[in-house]
Structures are given as C-alpha cells and as structure tokens.
Design a protein. Sequence first.
Length: 315
Amino acid sequence: MTQAEATRTTWVVQVPVATVWTTIESPRSIDLPGISNPAKIKEWLDSLTYETSLSLSDENLVQSQLLYGEKVLVDNIENEWARVIIPTQPSKKDDRGYPGFVPVKQLKEIPEDEWTGKGIAVVKKNTTLLIDEKGEPMFEISYLTSLPALSEEGEFIRVRTPHGIGLVPERDISIYPSKEQIPQGNGKAILEAGETFLDLPYFWGGMSSYGYDCSGFAYNMHKANGYVIPRDATDQATAGEEVELDEIQPGDLLFFAYENGKGMIHHVGIYYGDGKMIHSPKTGKTIEIIPLEGTIYEKELCLARRYWKESEDHR
C-alpha cells in the first residue's frame, strides 16, 4: 500500500439529516437549527410557517438532503461551507452526482479504511434511536440511514458512526452484505414502503422520514427496494423503462406537466393501482393516496416510467 492509499480519506455526514443548500447565502435566520451541529431537524421543521417553508422552493433555497453517515465528495471549502457532490443521487446537474452546499461542521473527514464493516445496517423503521457504547441515547436517525455493521450485541447491532462505535436496535434495521446487494423488490414492495409514510408532511428538498418532496419520496421508496434512480422528477422521467399510460402497473412512476401535460414536468407520483396514486403533493399537504379521475393530475398526466423488476421477493 502506498502512503497516498494509506492516508486516503472520505467525507461523511455527522448529523441525522443535513440539508443541501443552493448557495451559502441561502439559509435564513429561521434555518439556524437546520444548519447547526447537532442539527435539530424536528425543531427546525416545526418552526417553519407555511410561508417560510414555501419560500424554500419558490426562492430556490434548498436542493436536497443527506442522511447520517452518507458519503459525499467535497469539491472545495469556503467560509465554513463545503461544496459537495452526492454520488448516490444521480442528477443532470453534475455527472458525478447531486451538487450543493453543506456546512462543514455537519461533515466529518475520516480515513477511508476506517469506514468499513461486515456489511451494512440499514434503518427499516421510520426512525430509530442511536445509542453510544455506554448505552446512552445519542439521537434519532431516519429511515434508510445506512451505517457499517460490526457485530451483534444482545438485542443491538454495533455499527460504525462518525462519532465512533454506536448501537442500534436489531429489530429496527436490516443487514445486507453491501448496498449493491440490497434485494430488489417489485412494484408492490415499493408501494408497501410508501404506505408507512401516509400523512407525513411534504418538505421541499426532503430526503428523510421527517419530510419528503415528491421526487424524494419516489427516490427513497425505490432506494428501500434496492434501486438507485435519479433524484429529481425531470431526470426520473428520462430514465428507467418507458411505460404506455394504458399499461401502467402499481409501482410505476407517473409524471405531471404544466399546460395540461404538454409543458414542463413539475410533479411525480407512484401509481397505486385502481386509478389511484400515492404521492407527496406540495407544501402544506401530506403524503396521500388519491384517485386521479376528476383531478388536475388527470389533466396533467404526461408519461410513466418503470424502474422496478418483477421478483419473487415481495418483502
């Protein structure tokens, strides 16, 4: 091993949820709990009014979010902010992944050979509690948080975290050999994952179980079933397998465009079957299952894509 290989490092997120901002000037004073460390995601979201939440999208302040332990590429650091690339969130904005800005204090640089384990532990509950080695609660972590798994310890699994060794309840996680070996579920499995988030408030840029936006919801329900799809709806609409609208099946993504389906794509939902879809609608609304007939969505529906594959594993 060369000295360069021995000292190779990686950057990982060291707060439960890190929001990825459009510029370093994007956060407002009301957003301080969301850019702090420790980050107070619940406190931040609860403090936002409809207007201050809506302006996150209307003023293009937020791009996406990251989960605890998620790896990023750091392009450069300036004024206590890091310009990052998210390799696991494909985007036309950058061939390497989704770009944006995160406070450096929400990231940690660690030796690459120390971020390993005997497989990965992936949170399968909406949230679970991370505990330190002494058995003291650290903080809550989101659905789909993924950490290197080390060993069993009673009813807990020892995991590697940016804060050292931690423990997570075995009943709240699934363990896989690697991210690439997460079993691929079918359309039904994608819907079953989505149903657990009914009534969860919409959050622009949301990529955690504290709030999803429309494409974040679609992305994460696929991620839970072993598929990596593009982050944004406009990109999701150009990849995957094209499906004719009269041949859609449960689990397919439905896309909606302005000008009665002829303009720019602005929304994505997951086809639920029986003329319904499950989706995260918009600021002020919650994840819901609705019939398409007689709604604006019926007029704006423009195309469908399929990313899932039929399998025997419905999980």
